[in-house]
Every structure is written in structure tokens, then in C-alpha cells.
Design a protein around this ligand. Structure first.
Ligand code: ADP
Ligand code: MG
Length: 721
């Protein structure tokens, strides 16, 4: 069920982990042969990479089974003498070899073969064959077994034979040799001082030698479920390295300087608070205080503000910004999509301009002249606040005095963007404070593992007066009923979202990122928008008299903004949209959301989408339309949606369904760096590693350093992203 990272030990995680920066002493010369290239592609560059390339499974060549004792369907090794062989070409040309092991006879069947093989496997020759035994027409047989010509004194393997994850063009035998060589050369001396590794576990060297060539008497189960002490040692090492690197990042941050920002009595903060049309919830006040504490310190804040959709994170961020601006510093608010950025811009202009604050606007789609103007406002410091997409962190943007950076829906930014943000922040003399917001709460184990370098504030209550959203699941065949329901809703003056998936939805997200970065996304394959446009047409026809809008990523920016504005002002009754409205969009009068092909969406995505309704006092409904057949995980997702509206519970279930690697989203994020440990199973190990990491850094900083470098190489930066 768990999509365990290491269960696919193969290609992706490896690519993510292995360093491509060779060290002098231990490089395999990149020869130009195909297997060598394939190895490099798998990230098998340094000796240590090879040593850490663990088998997917094992084959037992340590014993020979007598045919008499072997069962059909069993994978066994048989040794016998060839009685005869012949090429048969009745139905399909094949080589048939008859083998006698003294206890019985076995037919070997080869559909692909060389003529020379018939000569090599001549009568009288002794063969050791390995494969799955089955019962064929002519008695017991093996199809395409592995064959080795032996004498009666050829020794048996002493250890289980490793089968490695590999890729096209890289044969097992080649890889096996390379791994054995890498393992022999890799620097595996103990770097951890005594007392760190729990007693009873092997050294790293022992663990690796064992896992590559386990003795045949081992319980294969403990190898497969990774509970063998050799596995424990490896997982512990890996988690320890990760924890060390995170605590180091935290320590480094302690040496950075940031402007201490303190709210003034009667200052902007208080004036903004007085202007708000509502009272803050207790949770908002509490997280506000936590943030205020951080801002006062001369070290940069590094805080995640998490809270369910609709919990009111924006206003908390705006209040923090008010403190910074009041103290004469600039703030930047970055959002992952243009629609969301625009919405923030409007809201903040509405709140802050009456208080004398100038807000600049930066996205990739600005025309050159407008962009120059906005850049000048930012560079001169005339604009105290900049709102935009990640155009905000492009190189040409220069802040006069950036004091606080706010990142909305932080998890939606890719790793590259996060690293770019880091560089931007680090390039200033005094580092700005950083507040990230997310509506996808991070389960505790993940937080402990990935976010040791991050403070977390949680808004755990919704503003009062919200009526919980009721979620219903319908088969797509009941679409007409749903449309009836929409008719009722709009007749009462309410508004409705109808969300359609795209065939290739990643494309749309990429495109949003492109747009935000100001890259032209023309020249790509056209998106299949037939679904949204058809639905738009059908709803327009069915609901004559009511305005139905259409919104998707391929619309020109101005049109998108226009449609969104019309919907928020109530000029449109229904908005048919793709997932461009997934994050942040806030229209309190919308009371019904229909998601078609809901089975195609991820759980947290469904939750985010659903969060677009239920934002006002009216009772809201979310209808999930699905088409059969539903996959198991599809069923689980829809069930979870019906059973709970609690974002934390959703996150827990999402983690269960998808596993941590995918949960964290970005392929190269810190999550993908874990190859061996499994966060859903190894929670106890995480806690242990965490404790030891802190101790190690304190008492043996050099050992900590060596250890982290061995495991993470150049990739440690991703842990900070
Ligand atoms: P999110 O946490 O999902 O980003 P928003 O910040 O967009 O949520 O807030 C959702 C809605 O709730 C907005 O319309 C916002 O103005 C409103 N809101 C925020 N705080 C409160 C509050 N304390 N009382 C009433 N409404 C609030
Ligand atoms: Mg928000």
C-alpha cells in the first residue's frame, strides 16, 4: 500500500541522491561504453554510490535442488547432464535440451538461441540451470533458464546472488562487477564515534558487504522488509546525515543577521488591525504573537505558517508585513499563480493604501514599460510592499531594503524556485525574515525529518460563522441532477464553481510557472481543453439567463484577471475552470463546487479545491463526480473527502495513500533524498537520529561533517530548499 521510496530503489531516488561531482580519489573513469554511460545516468559515479546501490532482491545459487524434491512453480537451481538436444520448428523454432539430474528429467526450452548453443550444450555436458519449474506437455520444463556449463567440481556460490536495480543497456553481470569493485574501493571506515550506533548493529562496512552478498542462511524476510540489523544501520546512517545537515543549517542561520522588527504602539500594525472588518480568531492571535517574537530577533525568521484552507493566513501575513513596513523595511509577497497573486494584490491594496502604503505589482506577464516602472519603485524603496509571482525573485529585481519575505502556498513552488529564493535572500546584506504559508499541513514525522530547520506555527481553528461543507459523491451519469442543483443555487443568488481536470494537468502547472517567470509558454503542445470548453458550453445552454464564465491557464493574463474579477463581483453565476483556481481563490458567496472526474485528482488537491467554497456563512456543498471504474486509491480518496473536512486528517490519509516521497511533491525535494528509510515505518529511527544528530554536532562536529558529506555529497542544498 505504501508507496515506499526504497521499494523502487531504482531509478528516480538514485538520480536524486547521487552526487555527480566526482571526488578525486574514487572516480570511475567515464569510459564511453554503453553500460558505463547507463551507470552514470543512474548516478553511479563515485565508489560510494556503487556501494550504496543495493540489490532489489536476491537469487539463491548457493544450493542445488534435486528434481525429485522440487515443486512446480518454484524457482530453483538444478544440475544435470545433457541427454540430447534438438531444434524443433513445428509451431515456432526452438531449441529443446533434455537434462538428467539422476533423480528425474527436465526439458529446457529456448525460443531465442544461437546455433552455437546447440553445440555447446551437447549430450554429456554438465549444466547448472536456474529458473522456474513448470509442468509442460512433455513433463517438467524450464523456459529460458539461466545456464552455466560446469564440471562436477565447480563450486557453488557462497552468498545469495544480488539482483540490482538497473536500466536498459546495463546488464546485471556488468553492474554486479562494477558494484563489487566500487564496494571494495569505497571509503567505508567508521566515522561515527562509539555510542552513537545502537549496540548489536554492524558497522557500515559490514552492513554493506552483507546486503550485497548475504549468507544463504539469512531470513530473506528481514532483508525484504528491511528490518535486518544491516538495514537498520543503513537507515539510521541516512537519517542521521539528514538530521545533521538540517541542524547545521539551523546553526548557520543563528550567525546570520536580520533587522529586528518591533511593532510600535499606534503604528501601522494597530491601524491595520482596527481597519479589518472582523476580529482575529484566538489562533490567528497566537500565531501572530509567535511571528512577532521572531521578528524582534536580530536573526532571520524561518517560519512556516500552516493552517487549513480558509483559516485566514493572509491577514496574519499582512499584519507581519505592517510591522516590517512601519519599521521602514520593504516586504515582498510571492504567490505561485498569477490569479492568486492578483487577488492578494487587490486585497492588500484595499487594506494598505488607505494607510499610506504603496504596493508594487510584479509578474512575468507585465509589459516591458510597466515592468521597468514597477522595478524602479522597488529599487528606490518607494514601494514598501511588492506583490507578485516568482517574478519577484528574478535577478533583475533589486530591493532597496527587503526586511520580510512572505511566500504563499509555499509547497507549490518547485525546488528550483526555492533555491532561487534562497539565493535572493542571501544576497542581501542583512538577511530578510522569511514567512512561508501552506494549507497542506505537514504531518509530524515529515516535519521532524525535513523541517528541522523550520519553525512551525499552526492556525487550528476557522473563523467563526462558517458552516461546514457537505461533500457528496455522484457517478457521472447523474450529471443532470447536479445541473438541476446548480440551477437552484444560482436562482438563490449563490455562485458555483465547476472544476474540470485537464488531460495533462502538469502541463498547466508548468505553464503557470512559466508565466510567473515571464517565460513564453508558446510553442508547447496545445492543451486539450475540450473538456472545459464543452462543459462551459453545456452549462451555458442549460442555465440560460445566468452568466457562465470560463477560466483556464491558456487564457491571456488580462482575460484571466477579467473573468476572475467578474466572478468575485458576482457578475458571473458559474465559473467553469481548470485547477488554476486551486489555491487561494477567495469568493465568499460561492456555495457549490462541482469537481468532475474527481477520481483523477490527488487528495490534497481535492481538499484545496473544496476549500474554495464554505468561505462565507452560507451552507456549502461539494459534489464529486466520478467515472467508473474507480481504482482502489481513487475510492480511498473520494471516501476520505466525504468523511472529513479537516485538513490535518486529509494530510494524514494522503500520506498513507501516497507515501512521503510523493506527498512532498517536488521530485528533487529533500523527501526524494531518502532512499533507505521509510518515514511511515521508521518513525522511531527518525527520533533516534534526531537526538544523536544534535549530540554529534555538539561533541564531534568533525565526525558529523564527514558523515553528512559521505551521505549527501553536493545534494545537501536540497534539504534547505
Ligand atoms: P487561507 O488561510 O486559506 O489563506 P484567507 O486568508 O484567504 O485563508 O482567508 C479566508 C477568508 O476568511 C478571507 O475572506 C478572509 O478575509 C476571511 N477571514 C480571515 N480571518 C478572519 C476572521 N478572523 N474572521 C472572519 N473572517 C476572516
Ligand atoms: Mg491563502
Amino acid at each position: 500500500m505504501h508507496n515506499r521510496i526504497h521499494s523502487s530503489l531504482g531509478v528516480k531516488p538514485l538520480l536524486a541522491l547521487s552526487s555527480t561531482v566526482p571526488t578525486k580519489a574514487s572516480t570511475i573513469k567515464p569510459a564511453q561504453s554503453a553500460p558505463a554511460k547507463a551507470m552514470e545516468k543512474l548516478g553511479l559515479v563515485r565508489d560510494i554510490d556503487l556501494a550504496l546501490h543495493l540489490p532489489l532482491r536476491y537469487e539463491d545459487e548457493t544450493r542445488i535442488t534435486r528434481l525429485r524434491d522440487a515443486r512446480d512453480g518454484e524457482a530453483v537451481q538444478i544440475e544435470g547432464v545433457v541427454k540430447d538436444n534438438r531444434i524443433e520448428s513445428r509451431s515456432r523454432r526452438q531449441l529443446l535440451v533434455r537434462l538428467d539430474d539422476g533423480s528425474g528429467e527436465l526439458l529446457l526450452r529456448f525460443l531465442n538461441f544461437y546455433a552455437s548453443q546447440q553445440k555447446t550444450w551437447a549430450p554429456g555436458v554438465r549444466l547448472r540451470v536456474r529458473g522456474e519449474l513448470r509442468h509442460g506437455f512433455f513433463g517438467r520444463e524450464m523456459v529460458h533458464p539461466a545456464v552455466k556449463v560446469v564440471t562436477d567440481s565447480t563450486p557453488l556460490a557462497e552468498a545469495l546472488t544480488p539482483i540490482y536495480p538497473t536500466s536498459a543497456g546495463l546488464p546485471q553481470a556488468y553492474l554486479r562487477k562494477a558494484v563489487a569493485a566500487g564496494l571494495a574501493r569505497a571509503p567505508l571506515d567508521e566515522v561515527l564515534p562509539p555510542g552513537v550506533v545502537p549496540p548489536g548493529w554492524p558497522s557500515l562496512r559490514e552492513a554493506l558487504y552483507f546486503l550485497h552478498h548475504p549468507s544463504p542462511d539469512v531470513s530473506v524476510e528481514t532483508l525484504e522488509d528491511h528490518s535486518h540489523p544491516a538495514w537498520m544501520r543503513l537507515k539510521f546512517e541516512e537519517l542521521l546525515a539528514q538530521q545533521v545537515s538540517q541542524w547545521q543549517a539551523r546553526q548557520e542561520r543563528e550567525h546570520l543577521r536580520a533587522p529586528p522588527l518591533l511593532a510600535r504602539p499606534g503604528g501601522l500594525h494597530e491601524r491595520l488591525l482596527a481597519l479589518l472588518p472582523f476580529q482575529l480568531t484566538a489562533a490567528q492571535r497566537r500565531v501572530g504573537d509567535e511571528i512577532a517574537q521572531d521578528l524582534q530577533r536580530p536573526q532571520p525568521m524561518h517560519r512556516l505558517l500552516q493552517g487549513d484552507v480558509g483559516s485566514g493566513k493572509t491577514v496574519v501575513a499582512a499584519l507581519a508585513a505592517a510591522v516590517a513596513m512601519d519599521a521602514g523595511w520593504q516586504c515582498a509577497l510571492m504567490a505561485p499563480t498569477e490569479i492568486l497573486a492578483e487577488q492578494h494584490f487587490r486585497k492588500l491594496v484595499g487594506w494598505l493604501e488607505p494607510l499610506g502604503i504603496r504596493v508594487a505589482w510584479l509578474t512575468g506577464s507585465l509589459r516591458a514599460k510597466a515592468k521597468r516602472e514597477q522595478l524602479a519603485l522597488v529599487a528606490s524603496g518607494q514601494a514598501q510592499l511588492v506583490v507578485g509571482t516568482h517574478a519577484i525573485i528574478q535577478d533583475q529585481v533589486e530591493f532597496a531594503r527587503l526586511g520580510l519575505a512572505l511566500i504563499d502556498e509555499q509547497h507549490r513552488f518547485g525546488v528550483a524556485q526555492r533555491l532561487q529564493l534562497r539565493r535572493k535572500l542571501e544576497s542581501t546584506e542583512l538577511e530578510p525574515h522569511l514567512l512561508m504559508m501552506s494549507a497542506t499541513p505537514i504531518p509530524r514525522t515529515l516535519a521532524m525529518t525535513y523541517l528541522a530547520d523550520l519553525e512551525v506555527s499552526t492556525i487550528d481553528e476557522l473563523p467563526p460563522g462558517r458552516t461546514p461543507i457537505v461533500t457528496k459523491v455522484f457517478a457521472d451519469s447523474r450529471r443532470d441532477e447536479v445541473i438541476e442543483r446548480i440551477r437552484d443555487e444560482v436562482a438563490r443568488g449563490r455562485q458555483v464553481y465547476w472544476v474540470c481536470p485537464l488531460i495533462d494537468e502538469t502541463e498547466e502547472l508548468d505553464q503557470a510557472a512559466d508565466e510567473a517567470a515571464g517565460r513564453a509558454s508558446k510553442g508547447r503542445a496545445p492543451l486539450d481543453l475540450s473538456n472545459v470548453t464543452q462543459t462551459h458550453q453545456a452549462l451555458s445552454d442549460a442555465l440560460h439567463g445566468h452568466a457562465v464564465g470560463l477560466l483556464h491557464g491558456r487564457l491571456p493574463t488580462a482575460d484571466k484577471a477579467e473573468v476572475m474579477a467578474q466572478f468575485s463581483q458576482g457578475e458571473l453565476s458559474v465559473l467553469v475552470a481548470t485547477t488554476v483556481i486551486e489555491v487561494g481563490v477567495d469568493v465568499p458567496n460561492a456555495s457549490l463546487m462541482v469537481i468532475e472526474h474527481a477520481e483523477r485528482f490527488g487528495l490534497s488537491q481535492l481538499h484545496q479545491l473544496r476549500g474554495r467554497v464554505g468561505r462565507g456563512a452560507v451552507a456549502s456543498v461539494c459534489v464529486l463526480l466520478y467515472s467508473s471504474p474507480l481504482s482502489d486509491s481513487g475510492k480511498q480518496r473520494l471516501k476520505a473527502m466525504v468523511e472529513t473536512t479537516d485538513g490535518f486528517e486529509i494530510a494524514r490519509r494522503d500520506l498513507d495513500i501516497r507515501g512521503p516521497g510523493e506527498f512532498m511533491g517536488a521530485r528533487q525535494s529533500g523527501a526524494a533524498l531518502l532512499r533507505f528509510a521509510d518515514l511511515s515505518q521508521d518513525q522511531a529511527l527518525v527520533a533516534q537520529a534526531r537526538q544523536h544528530a544534535q549530540q554529534l554536532l555538539k561533541d564531534h562536529p568533525r565526525a558529523a561533517q564527514l558523515h553528512a558529506r559521505r551521505w549527501l555529497g553536493q545534494k545537501a542544498q536540497y534539504l534547505k530548499a
